[in-house]
Design a protein around this ligand. Structure first.
Ligand code: KG4
Ligand code: ZN
Length: 334
């Protein structure tokens, strides 16, 4: 079954075609990250305008790359939310129009279910259930205990900022460009991760939740204290700050593993899962379990292949969802 995925929840415009939830036939992405590099984050109105500009060129390039036409598409999956309203409207209107014109069923996909499904793309062997999935992006930080693609419970989430948001806001404080994750990771390469002792959120609690506000405040105060030589301390601050984020994520996964000994694998998905240091720490902390990451970096950050995969799994599992949080039951119609 070929599913055409459409993802326009933020500043990336992406269209993909995925066969049976795993084989990526094309995954076209137009990113405007460099446009927002100096603004510290995405400007919603500008992002929506760029979605309008890019949606048709990206659609044409996806179909050309896969060498397919709409006759070969069995369903369309589109991100229905959460995300920036203007950006989402562009993708959902485009998907509805294509569905109507070509008479192809349309499936509305929760953005987080897309990230959870990204793990199945282009793997050499099939991931196993039950699994724990750490989904960490600019908009959410969650731990899911999953029995199937669309059945699971949310066992932990952030009480304030998302992990990616902590990277983005931390980068702005250090004078590094947006998106903060890659720029902090790059600066951290030449820094000393033990130079500064930043707090690990909620370390006194036995919880699967996250909190990054105390850490962010601590970075703000430290940056203020060293304002006169911030540039020379930038790499050390980036490395120590990144370490505190990654250790918190790893501690919560260790806590989740201890609570659910039946799990067979641990997955990490979402934009922050591209972080090399996080992967390094997690692979040793989940032992003897296997840590599975998206097969390519382009499947970590927002992309339409993961939305197409999620739509396929919603179709094969008949949209059943045991929790309200998954919100997979709704099909976008007219
Ligand atoms: O999943 P995503 O593309 O969009 C959302 O759903 O939010 O995630 C974007 C987030 C941004 O906050 C970005 O700073 C972070 O993922 N990110 C990273 C890395 N690459 C992207 N964080 C840490 N290390 C990275 N290498
Ligand atoms: Zn995302």
């Amino acid at each position: 079954m070929n599913v055409l995925g459409v993802e326009t929840s933020c500043d990336e415009t992406s269209i993909a075609i995925v066969q049976d939830g795993a084989r990526v036939l094309c995954n076209s992405i137009a990113s405007t990250q460099d446009v927002f590099a100096d603004s510290g984050g995405v400007v919603p109105e500008d992002a929506a305008r760029r979605q309008v500009e890019f949606i048709l060129p990206v659609l044409h390039s996806a179909l050309a790359e896969a060498q397919l036409s709409f006759d070969n598409i069995d369903a369309i999956g589109v991100t229905k939310g959460p995300g920036l309203m203007g950006s989402l409207l562009v993708g959902t209107m485009a998907a509805r129009t294509l569905s109507y014109v070509h008479n192809i069923p349309l499936i509305g996909v929760h953005h987080t279910l897309g990230h959870l499904s990204s793990i199945w793309l282009e793997q050499t062997d099939t991931p196993l259930f039950p699994c724990l999935t750490l989904s960490v992006s600019g908009g959410h930080s969650d731990i899911w205990l999953r029995q199937s693609h669309t059945n699971g419970i949310l066992i932990g989430s952030t009480r304030d900022d998302a992990a990616g948001e902590a990277f983005d806001k931390g980068a702005a404080m250090l004078g590094l460009p947006y998106p903060g994750g890659p720029s902090i990771a790059q600066s951290a390469e030449s820094g000393d991760l033990s130079a500064f002792n930043f707090p690990i959120g909620l370390s006194q609690e036995k919880t699967c939740d996250f909190s990054f506000s105390g850490l962010k405040n601590s970075l703000r105060l430290t940056a203020q204290k060293h304002a006169s030589n911030l540039k020379s301390l930038q790499a050390d601050l980036a490395a120590s700050y990144q370490e505190a984020i990654c250790l918190q994520l790893s501690h919560r996964i260790e806590c989740a593993i201890s609570l659910y000994p039946e799990i067979k694998e641990v997955h990490v998905a979402g934009g922050v899962s591209a972080n090399t240091r996080l992967r390094e720490i997690l692979s040793s902390s989940v032992q003897p379990l296997r840590l599975r990451t998206p097969a390519a970096l382009s499947y970590c950050t927002d992309n339409a292949a993961m939305i197409a995969a999620a739509a396929y799994f919603m179709h094969t599992e008949k949209h059943e969802a045991s929790t309200k949080a998954f919100e997979t039951a709704a099909t976008v119609t007219d």
